[in-house]
Design a protein around this ligand. Structure first.
Ligand SMILES: [Zn+2]
Length: 106
């Protein structure tokens, strides 16, 4: 069920230190079963400080999202904001992502 997440989806974090946070999926890493969610699981990186040609400082502290395990995220319904997504089977054998609460295709 968790692998239904796609880039650009809005998800809720349901486990880990950022539990309860909502964010947009920036990247899906299927091989590692991880996703990068905007503003979630941010890590601070210290980059080398250097001077640009114009004399201003570049680098320093940067905040970057680290991947979170896909089992810790749930797809949110854009209509009602619930995290009860599932699949509806189509007659031709395909499946469509839907919200189990209101039936919206996600
Ligand atoms: Zn819904």
């Amino acid at each position: 069920m968790s692998l239904m997440i796609k880039k650009g989806d809005t998800v809720r974090i349901i486990g880990g230190k950022d539990k309860g946070a909502d964010g947009r999926v920036l990247e899906v890493i299927p091989k590692k079963r991880r996703v990068i969610v905007e503003g979630v699981n941010t890590v601070t990186r210290h980059e080398k400080i250097r001077m640009s040609r114009r004399g201003s400082q570049e680098g320093g502290i940067a905040h970057k999202e680290a991947p979170v395990d896909i089992s810790n995220v749930a797809l949110l319904c854009p209509t009602d904001g619930t995290a009860r997504a599932g699949y509806r089977m189509e007659e031709g054998g395909g499946k469509v992502r839907i919200c189990k609460k209101c039936g919206t295709e996600i």
